[in-house]
Write a protein that binds this ligand. Sequence first.
Ligand code: PAF
Length: 288
Amino acid sequence: MRILRDAAAMQRQALKWLRAGTRIGFVPTMGYLHEGHISLVHEARRRVGASGVVVLSIYVNPTQFGPKEDFTKYPRDFRRDCRLCREAGVDVVFTPSDASMYPGRDTGDYSTYVVEERLTQGMEGVSRPTHFRGVTTIVAKLFHCVLPEVAVFGAKDWQQAAVVSRMTRDLNFPVRIVVAETRRETDGLAMSSRNRYLDPEQRRQATVLSEVIGLARLEVGRSKRPVPVERLRQRLAALVATRPAARLDYIEFFHPETLQPVERVGTGTHLAMAVFFGATRLIDNGRL
Ligand code: PAF
């Protein structure tokens, strides 16, 4: 397994692979890898086959964090990440420096961003207004460095996956976006690098996110007609309120691809939510 730290070096390598007809699979991450990330690596491998290559990027992207968010304390453990990548059969870990990804930014001289204007308007886009501009910008840049045929994203960040798919289509990137299922702990909590911020009591109560999805499925399944959004939202918010450590940020119901909010919730509607536990903000989602 090779480690590349420079955007130009990554591009040179990717071009060599493409000239040789080698298929490139890509898993973009911010590191502090867990089983969920590794399942994305396996998915990328399945897509490109044994003769293809899998690149995993580790880059804690400063432009997708708000000024009061956890950029500086975002968990990092590069050695452990490399070990997990090696075990999972990653060919190249691409871990670019800030100077390589955002030339001139340290002196205020960086000025190009990629913005998706529709799917970013609700949910995470409301709570984290500059977040998606950072995500679409870095993903576009990473695509230019890695030149993948296929890129695998986790379904846990459902809105992110939809936004990236839209950007890929709108900007004509020749990349197939694959969205891989969320991996969960045995008690239902979606795997996330941020779970490590939770204290034991918060961790215990954090199962409420997956319980909300379960209850929503139950309510929709047993109703003969689509359920009015407000009624369902209140019912689910009441469940969150049973956990004193939890503070609900949002619960939204929408079309899974367009992310358009719905007025009535039926089978096939998608639900997404964000819940704070102290300063830690967890997200989850599911199809009803
Ligand atoms: O999902 C993430 O870890 C990040 O948002 C991503 C896609 C790697 C971009 O920084």
